[in-house]
Write a protein that binds this ligand. Structure first.
Ligand code: IDP
Ligand code: MG
Length: 155
């Protein structure tokens, strides 16, 4: 069986404000990834301090939290073969002005912290982040007609 994984994606407040939620979702759908969970969530300081714990000492930490609390975010789980790396590739590198053309961040944003999306960066992070944002009953397993193209032998 191929390495089917799940990863957490957040559509950040800048993308919500700029009415780009659909464009982000479209990129992942078009690639052939499967959406298995999705909701709006207004994040609180405790959740965000945990989520961005690795940046606690950075001078922009306070502003990052404020930014992330401006509107609800769209939290999603995407499933697919090697999906953690695939999604990071589609999202592009942290600074949108350094990200490769064709990525979400390069194509639709110009700045940090307002770089459109968060995506888990490792198997361990994906496990922790999925648990952080979703209860088990909010995550779905289902068959899609296109699974044979994206998950099977490709025929
Ligand atoms: P990532 O989102 O590409 O994984 P991280 O280094 O984990 O990047 O940083 C998390 C988020 O913090 C970034 O996506 C961005 O929104 C914000 N951020 C990172 N560096 C800066 C900075 O220098 N100034 C302001 N915000 C930043
Ligand atoms: Mg990160």
């Amino acid at each position: 069986m191929a390495d089917v994984q799940r990863t957490l994606v957040l559509i950040k407040p800048d993308a919500v404000q700029r009415e780009l939620v659909g464009k982000v979702v479209e990129r992942f759908e078009r690639k052939g990834l499967k959406i298995v969970a999705m909701k709006l969530a207004h994040l609180d300081e405790v959740t965000l301090s945990e989520h961005y714990g690795h940046l606690k000492e950075k001078p922009f930490f306070g502003d990052l939290l404020k930014f992330m609390m401006q509107t609800p975010v769209v939290a999603m789980i995407w499933e697919g073969i090697g999906v953690i790396d695939e999604v990071r590739k589609i999202v592009g590198s942290t600074n949108p002005r350094e990200a490769d053309a064709g990525t979400i961040r390069a194509d639709m944003s110009m700045n940090v912290p307002s770089n459109m999306v968060h995506a888990s960066d490792s198997v361990e992070a994906a496990q922790v982040e999925i648990k952080r944002f979703f209860r088990d009953e909010e995550v779905f397993t289902y068959e899609k007609l296109t699974d044979r193209f994206h998950f099977g032998e490709g025929i």
